[in-house]
Structures are given as structure tokens and as C-alpha cells.
Ligand binder design. Structure first.
Ligand code: NAD
Ligand code: DAU
Length: 356
């Protein structure tokens, strides 16, 4: 079995990946996470007695700690999920994104290089550094343009996207200059269980359950390509095992949806699963001031990972969205924990000034 150092594994995608990796016995996992507002250790409570899972609280910027973990656990791979991940927050506080997404990824690459260089030839050949990135590095598409391919030029439009683009470039450099065996994945919007409710889908579910307004930026016609989180995790594992060193792989849901449609679909599911006697959930939809620099459309061409590695998404949007709503309805303890404290401050900061 592989040993993997996962960073950012107490967040949405990282936690789903770790849970799957332990269920399927893909790997022993060491999870290094700073535990920012976006994390929740309760998400991983089911692994607390698992001897092949270790959690370490810490920052990917802490070179001493990362060096120690690499020496101690001798991982076969590093998967870098750790990031500041929310576009709206990057507009308020870009510096945090540079600290973690750019400098943090650089620190992790540097520690990996030092570790990798002193491995035996056999272990060097086996080692991989997999960087989890985003489709936002490619910028925005018009409705007519073809979907993003791996060779689409980078054109990031938000501080978040720019920080991820910079990190992707450093990953490329560490392969090109030092020979570190890297892989990069650029994925579209994920949804599913355990996502922090600052993102559109969980925010809509929880606001709707509370009878609060469902904020739609602009006219609600911005398009995202939604992928169920488990499909993303399976793709990452496949790239780790079979991906060609130095290559990038685009991962997408083949599922372009306008934001308004997504929110209306969630409302329809909630009308069935949690009906209100006096109103339909869609009556809560509220158009609010747009996100500055809001990208119009993302779409991923995932033909490379399909052709070369045989991956394609398994979940369809209707069933994936239904499962996601059900998960939030059945996990009120998790929901209450993430909604306490600083989450309320964020809602005021992001939404109070948007009212139109
Ligand atoms: P998230 O915000 O839910 O979780 C990020 C995790 O990283 C948190 O647990 C946080 O505590 C941790 N973290 C932040 N700074 C850290 C640091 N300096 N050191 C160690 N840990 C730190 O993010 P997510 O949605 O799970 O995204 C994971 C990765 O996938 C990110 O790199 C993101 O850019 C990328 N991605 C996300 C999506 C999406 O739709 N969510 C799509 C494509 C790519
Ligand atoms: O495309 C991949 C990216 O998807 C990831 O790299 C990011 O980490 C992840 O946050 C996500 O970015 P988006 O900005 O697309 O996700 P978000 O859920 O914030 O918004 C989805 C769409 O919904 C976007 O067009 C903005 C809109 N939106 C969002 C919020 C929070 C609203 O209309 N209202 C809202 O309240």
C-alpha cells in the first residue's frame, strides 16, 4: 500500500479523498492541515481509530515541520490540496491566497525536492508530487468558445485564480528544472457532502432550510461545470497511479449549468424532502450585486484523461445533487459546527453590501 502525505485534508475535497482512500485501502495517509475556517476535523471523525491515518495540525509554509514529516513517514507521494479556495474571500483578502497558494506550494515543492533527492533510485522513480488545481486558471469562456483544454493559455481573473496559476507554474518549474516527478490536475467546480457553506450549493441548501434569501450574483446566467466530489477523488487517484510525469490533466463533469438553474433544482429537491407549508423554496431566490470580475463561463474538455487513463464522471447531476441535499439534511451536527462563530461574520461581510 502507498503512503501519501495529503495536505489540506480537513477541507472539502481533501477529506472526501482521505475517506475514500481509507475505505478502498488505496493508501496510508498522513493529513497535514492548518485547520483554517474552511476545515472541520469532525468530518474525519470516522477515522480516529484507524492506525493507517494520522492527522498533524500545521502549515505547509512550515518547512521544518514538512521536512520532519517527510523524514518520519517516508511517503511515496504528496497530494497538495491545501489552499485558500473561495473566490469572494480572495477579493477581500488576496494576501492570504498568496501566502498559502503561492508561497506555501513553493515551500512544499522545495521540501519535496530535498526529500526526493536523497531517496534511493528505486524510491525516486516511484515518488510523485500531485498538485490539485482548478479550471479557473484558464479564465472565462464566452458561450460559443470550446471548453478548456490542457493547452489553453492561462488567463486568471481573480486573486484566487492568479494564486493557483502561480502555484501551477512553480510545480511545472520544479519538474523542468529539478526533475521532481510532478503531476497537475485542473478541475471544475466540485459539489457533494462536506463542503463548507460559503460555496453556492451548500450555501443555498442551508439558507433555504432556514427560510433565508438565496443570493444569486448578477443575472444568474454564469455557467459552471459541476462535478461530484467522489468522481474528482477517483480521477486524482488514477492520475497518481497512471498519469505521465510532468503532464497536466483536466477533470470536469461534462455538466454545464447556469447558477440560477442549479439553485432552482436545489429548491425543487427541498420542496420534496423538506416541504414548507406556506411557501415554495424558490420564492427565496434573491438577485444581488454581482461578484467583481465574475467569470461568465467555465467548461472543461476532459478528453485527455478519458483517452489516456479511461476516466469519466460516474455521477449524474440530478442524483448527485439529490444525494448532496440529503447529506446536509442528515448531518445537522456537522452543519451546526461549521456555521458557528466566524461563519456568521463572513455572511455579513459578503452579503450585507450586496443587497439591491
Ligand atoms: P477547502 O477550502 O474546503 O479546504 C482547504 C483546506 O486547506 C482546509 O482544510 C484548510 O484548513 C487547509 N489549508 C489552508 N491553508 C493551509 C496551509 N497554509 N497549510 C495547511 N493547510 C491549509 O478547499 P477545497 O474546496 O477542498 O479545495 C481543495 C483544493 O482543490 C484546492 O487547492 C482548490 O484550489 C482545488 N479545487 C477546488 C475546487 C472546488 O470546487 N472546491 C475545484 C477545483 C480545484
Ligand atoms: O471552478 C473551480 C472553482 O470552483 C474552484 O477552484 C474554487 O475553489 C471553488 O470555490 C469554485 O469557484 P466558484 O467561484 O465557481 O464557486 P462558488 O460556489 O463561489 O460560486 C459558484 C457560482 O455561483 C459563481 O458563478 C458565483 C455564484 N454565486 C456564488 C455564491 C457564493 C452566487 O450567485 N451566489 C453566491 O452566494
Amino acid at each position: 500500500m502507498l503512503t501519501i502525505l495529503v495536505t489540506g485534508g480537513a477541507g472539502f475535497i481533501g477529506a472526501n479523498f482521505i475517506i475514500l482512500a481509507r475505505q478502498k485501502k488505496w493508501a496510508k495517509v498522513i493529513n497535514l492541515d492548518k485547520l483554517t475556517y474552511a476545515s472541520n476535523l469532525q468530518t474525519l471523525a470516522e477515522l480516529q481509530n484507524d492506525p493507517d491515518y494520522n492527522f498533524v495540525q500545521g502549515d505547509i509554509n512550515n518547512a521544518e515541520l514538512v521536512n520532519y514529516l517527510l523524514k518520519q513517514y517516508q511517503p511515496d507521494a504528496i497530494i497538495n490540496f491545501a489552499a485558500e479556495s473561495h473566490v469572494d474571500r480572495s477579493i477581500f483578502s488576496p494576501r492570504d491566497f498568496i501566502e498559502t497558494n503561492v508561497v506555501g506550494t513553493f515551500q512544499l515543492l522545495e521540501a519535496s525536492r530535498l526529500y526526493w533527492q536523497q531517496l534511493s533510485l528505486q524510491k525516486q522513480q516511484k515518488f510523485r508530487f500531485l498538485h490539485v488545481s482548478t479550471d479557473e486558471v484558464y479564465g472565462s469562456l464566452t458561450p460559443q468558445e470550446p471548453a478548456f483544454r490542457e493547452d489553453t493559455p492561462y488567463a486568471p481573473n481573480s486573486p484566487y485564480a492568479a494564486s493557483k496559476a502561480a502555484s501551477d507554474h512553480f510545480v511545472r518549474v520544479y519538474n523542468h528544472t529539478y526533475g521532481l516527478p510532478t503531476l497537475t490536475t485542473n478541475c471544475s467546480n466540485n459539489y457533494g457532502p462536506r463542503q463548507f457553506p460559503e460555496k453556492l450549493i451548500p450555501l443555498t441548501i442551508l439558507n433555504a432550510l432556514d427560510g433565508k434569501p438565496l443570493p444569486i450574483y448578477g443575472d444568474g446566467q454564469n455557467i459552471r461545470d459541476w462535478l461530484y466530489v467522489t468522481d474528482h477523488c477517483e480521477a486524482i487517484y488514477l492520475v497518481l497511479q497512471q498519469g505521465k510525469i510532468a503532464e497536466t490533466y483536466n477533470i470536469g463533469g461534462l455538466n454545464e449549468q447556469a447558477n440560477l438553474t442549479v439553485v432552482e433544482n436545489i429548491c425543487a429537491i427541498l420542496d420534496d424532502l423538506a416541504p414548507k407549508s406556506d411557501y415554495r423554496h424558490s420564492s427565496l431566490i434573491t438577485f444581488v450585486k454581482d461578484r467583481p470580475g465574475h467569470d461568465k463561463r467555465y467548461a472543461i474538455d476532459c478528453s485527455k484523461i478519458n483517452r489516456d487513463l479511461g476516466w469519466q464522471p460516474q455521477e449524474n447531476f440530478d442524483s448527485g445533487l439529490f444525494k448532496t441535499v440529503q447529506w446536509y439534511l442528515s448531518n445537522s451536527e456537522w452543519v451546526n459546527q461549521v456555521r458557528s462563530g466566524s461563519y456568521q461574520t463572513w455572511l455579513q461581510k459578503n452579503y450585507d453590501h450586496r443587497q439591491v
